[in-house]
Design a binder for this molecule. Structure first.
Ligand code: ADP
Length: 714
């Protein structure tokens, strides 16, 4: 019982005292009951959290206790160990207050215990996880070992490889991260394959691998001459370009001149092979990137790695092929780039070519800065106009016009034939092609500004001859004959171009300039009863159609002077046709040709056909200069025509023409349509120009029909 000491009665042999008992007052309020119930629950919780402190017997008593004072005393004896606290509780006479104190203490202890438990749990979890991973990794290693020891080492090997590349800290760290990612993935998952491919790619690129540059201009000149006939101006320009590059890369700071060489000209004139020679003369690797038809930015700059099947763009692919960081990259057919909604490849290319940016070129796939500043870029194009302006501004354009027949013969004899003989395992004795037959191949089986088809035809001959040798049909030396040439290549494919002898009404020979070089474009005009309709057929483009209308308007406005029936358009329809309807043609330079054919058809005065013509026409009959006269002249020359009507202002182009062309061609420079008519329309017998000797005493397999003549029976 709880008592209070009132007085001491005895001293010996022990203390005797007077006491007064202090019984707990009886409390049975609802509040007291609620408190008792609450403390009971707390006691249960406590027992659960800290086993062993409250024994099951004590818990029994707790569960049975009704009286708050008793419950408080019971728990205090079990839980409270510190003397002052015990004394404090003992002295508390108010049972409710005493139980409250115990409750507070219980709550505090429960909080502490829960926290402890939480920490314990967490620690255990961590240990479990680490152990599990350790265990699994050990298992995996064991499996790899069983499978042949490969994969287990793969990760370490990759790490080694990354470190060995000397990539610089940033890039190395990024790649090592990828390796760690790979390590965490199941070896044969699709994702792991993606990461592995990526690492393969990144490690396959040349980083800091360079070939030794040897920029000796004499050597460069030698190499260029060795592989290419003629092209003196082009070679000079290339040598100058290399000289500037050498000087600028040797100065302080070492950044070479930023202009990019662009070789422009028709197919087969040697652009690619000049590029290859430049690489060879500098001792650099050479890789060609074809840009024809590239319309997607991603083809230059790669696809992001998030796409399945993503791969790097063509630039990095080429770098991988090159295997060095300073190759010559030939960007072929840069004029054939196009752009659509998938982004503009030319702007990506601009970044590639810009020395301010290309030392840290970022491909979407690789996603790491890659240094392109040591690459020597050379572009090629068939035409200059379609090259996007900003790109063109970066370029030094060197035009290659096309070859004359003589040059082609030289190229064939010195380069193409030996090359093809070698490629087909033949010796020079086994197949000799005399010049006469080379000319025959050029005239009868090719029609081009370059020499690509010529090379192909020579290859075809070599093939046939090789076959005969192997079959034993032939032995010893062979000199090709005309008969055998026809047997090998079939009947000749081209006459000596569109026929050019005689005189025809309503037909004039114009000259066009396409990306494959110059071409003859005959224009035919037929008149028929009608009401002044003008029809144009043969795939004439918009500009050409307009130029036909201008020619017609000119003819009408000059009807009287030209002796054309006034109001002729009330009675007849006109049809202008450009044969070879399958080839699209455009441009203003057929103006004077169409006007000539029209006037010829209307006046019935025939056109001389040993003359070709080119020039733009205005409504008042002025003749304006045109582009590509050199290519056009070469085409006319190829076709055996030796007289050309051309705009007077184009006379300035003449000095750039090959010497033999200047000598052999007769140019009639005109500035008005009246002069054209005076020169090419036959007036009467006495005014006809003296006939020129034709270059080719040609049979006439492709003679033009006399269109206008037939229609009117003249
Ligand atoms: P392009 O790139 O201009 O279309 P290529 O460089 O592919 O032309 O040339 C086609 C072929 O013609 C190649 O075999 C090339 O060696 C040859 N060729 C072109 N021009 C010459 C030349 N002037 N001398 C020797 N071979 C030439």
């Amino acid at each position: 019982a709880r008592v209070r000491l009132n007085s001491f009665e005895l001293g010996r042999p022990f203390f005797g005292v007077q006491i007064a008992e202090l019984p707990d007052p009886h409390v049975a309020t609802p509040e007291a009951q609620a408190l008792v119930a609450h403390v009971r629950t707390l006691a249960e919780q406590h027992a659960e959290l800290q086993q062993g402190k409250l024994t099951p017997e004590v818990l029994e008593l707790v569960r049975a206790a009704e009286d708050p004072g008793q419950l408080a005393d019971l728990l205090a004896t079990q839980l409270v160990t510190e003397m002052p606290d015990r004394q404090h509780l003992l002295e508390e006479l108010e049972p409710i207050k005493r139980l409250e104190s115990v409750a507070i203490r219980l709550l505090g202890e429960i909080d502490m215990l829960t926290l402890e438990q939480k920490i314990k749990d967490r620690v255990r979890e961590q240990i479990d996880k680490n152990q599990r991973e350790y265990y699994l990794r050990e298992r995996l290693k064991a499996i790899h070992d069983e499978l042949g020891g490969e994969g287990g080492n793969e990760i370490e090997q990759l790490r080694e490889k990354v470190r060995a590349k000397g990539l610089g800290p940033d890039i190395e760290e990024r790649l090592l991260k990828e390796v760690t990612r790979l390590e965490r993935m199941p070896t044969i998952s699709a994702e792991a394959t993606v990461v592995r491919n990526y690492l393969d790619w990144a490690l396959g690129l040349p980083w800091h691998v360079r070939s030794e540059d040897s920029l000796d201009l004499d050597v460069a000149e030698e190499v260029l001459n060795e592989d290419h006939y003629g092209l003196d101006q082009v070679k000079d320009r290339i040598i100058e370009f290399l000289a500037v590059r050498k000087l600028t890369s040797e100065r302080e700071g070492g950044r070479p001149n930023a202009t990019i060489l662009c070789l422009a000209g028709p197919p087969g004139v040697g652009k690619t092979s000049l590029g290859r020679s430049v690489a060879e003369s500098m001792g650099r690797k050479f890789v060609r990137i074809s840009l024809g038809g590239v319309r997607d930015e991603a083809e230059i700059r790669g696809h992001r790695r998030t796409y399945i099947g993503a791969f790097p763009g063509r630039i990095l692919q080429a770098m991988k092929t090159a295997g060095t960081q300073n190759p010559v990259l030939l960007l072929d057919e840069i004029d054939k780039l196009s752009s659509d909604q998938r982004g503009d490849p030319s702007s990506a290319l601009l970044e590639v070519l810009d020395p301010e940016q290309n030392h840290a070129f970022v491909d979407h796939y690789l996603d790491l800065p890659y240094d392109l500043s040591d690459v020597l870029f050379i572009c090629t194009a068939n035409q200059i106009a379609p090259i996007p302006r900003p790109l063109r501004d970066r370029m030094e354009i060197v035009e290659i016009g096309g070859y004359t027949e003589d040059e082609k013969v030289e190229i064939a004899r010195r380069y193409l034939l030996p090359k093809q003989l070698e490629a087909h395992g033949l010796t020079a004795e086994q197949l000799e092609i005399p010049d006469k037959l080379l000319i025959e191949i050029i005239r009868g089986y090719t029609r081009e500004a370059g020499v690509r088809n010529l090379e192909r035809q020579i290859a075809a001959v070599c093939r046939k001859v090789a076959r005969e040798y192997v079959k034993g049909k032939r032995a010893g030396k062979q000199r090709l004959t005309a008969a055998r040439l026809e047997e090998y290549l079939g009947p000749r494919r081209f006459g000596y171009d569109e026929q050019i002898s005689g005189q025809h009404v309503g037909v004039a020979i114009g000259l066009g300039w396409t990306e494959v070089g110059g071409e003859l474009i005959p224009v035919e005009v037929a008149t028929m009863p009608g009401h002044g309709q003008l029809t144009i057929t043969g795939q004439a483009g918009d500009v050409m159609q307009e130029s036909a209308r201008a020619a017609l308007s000119y003819a009408r406005s000059r009807a009287e002077a030209l002796d054309i029936a006034p109001n002729f358009q009330e009675k007849i329809d006109l049809h202008i046709h450009l044969p070879e309807g399958a080839t699209p043609k455009d441009g203003p330079s057929a103006g004077i040709t169409m006007a000539t054919a029209l006037i010829s058809a209307l006046t019935k005065r025939p056109v001389r056909h040993d003359v070709a013509m080119t020039g733009e026409i205005t409504l008042r009959g002025r003749v304006l200069p045109i582009g590509g006269l050199k290519e056009k002249t070469l085409a006319a020359h190829r076709a055996g025509i030796r007289r050309l009507v051309a705009p007077a202002e184009n006379r300035r182009d003449l000095p750039t023409f090959p010497k033999n062309i200047q000598k052999e061609m007769e140019f009639i420079w005109v500035s008005s349509m009246d002069e054209v008519i005076a020169q090419v329309l036959v007036q009467s017998e006495d005014k006809v120009l003296p006939p020129l000797p034709m270059a080719v005493p040609a049979p006439n397999p492709l003679a033009l029909p006399e269109v206008a003549g037939e229609a009117h029976g003249s």
